[in-house]
Design a binder for this molecule. Structure first.
Ligand SMILES: [Zn+2]
Length: 141
């Protein structure tokens, strides 16, 4: 069996044929990697292959550009170029050094929840200020 075929079979086994986005295990699923499916996927590490249902595939392909535009619009309306650069740097950092301790979709859901929940957002910002103060104090010593 080819390496590619083995990777594909392991991805299906790992997913138990449930969509990795919505967990639906009754719809037809297929392999997916960054907008590509089936034979369009070449030389992708097994750990990066995802199994996805048709509805989520539509979201990830045809409906993705409007979602990306909405994000850019919100960032552009309310945040400075420096803020956007910091955010991009944070995502680049976690992707480059693979520091995520959970699947990216879990982290993104948790971050959205934290941002949308005022008490959580306040706690994070308060912790940030404590960290900032400690960091500055260490720098001044
Ligand atoms: Zn799905």
């Amino acid at each position: 069996m080819s390496t590619k075929r083995k990777a594909w079979m392991n991805a299906f086994k790992r997913s138990e044929c449930a969509c990795h986005i919505c967990s639906d295990n009754e719809s037809t699923v297929q392999l997916y990697y960054r907008g590509k499916t089936g034979n369009e996927i070449c030389d992708v590490a097994e750990s990066k292959l995802r199994v996805i249902c048709d509805d989520c595939l539509l979201e990830e392909t045809e409906r993705r550009p409007p979602n990306e535009q909405a994000l850019l619009h919100e960032l552009g309306e309310h945040f400075s170029a420096q803020d956007i650069n910091q955010l991009a740097g944070a995502f680049a950092y976690v992707n480059h050094f693979n520091t995520l301790q959970h699947m990216p979709d879990v982290v993104m859901s948790a971050l959205s929840w934290a941002i949308e929940t005022p008490e959580i957002q306040k706690r994070i910002v308060d912790d940030y200020f404590v960290w900032l103060k400690e960091t500055r104090n260490q720098t001044l010593k």
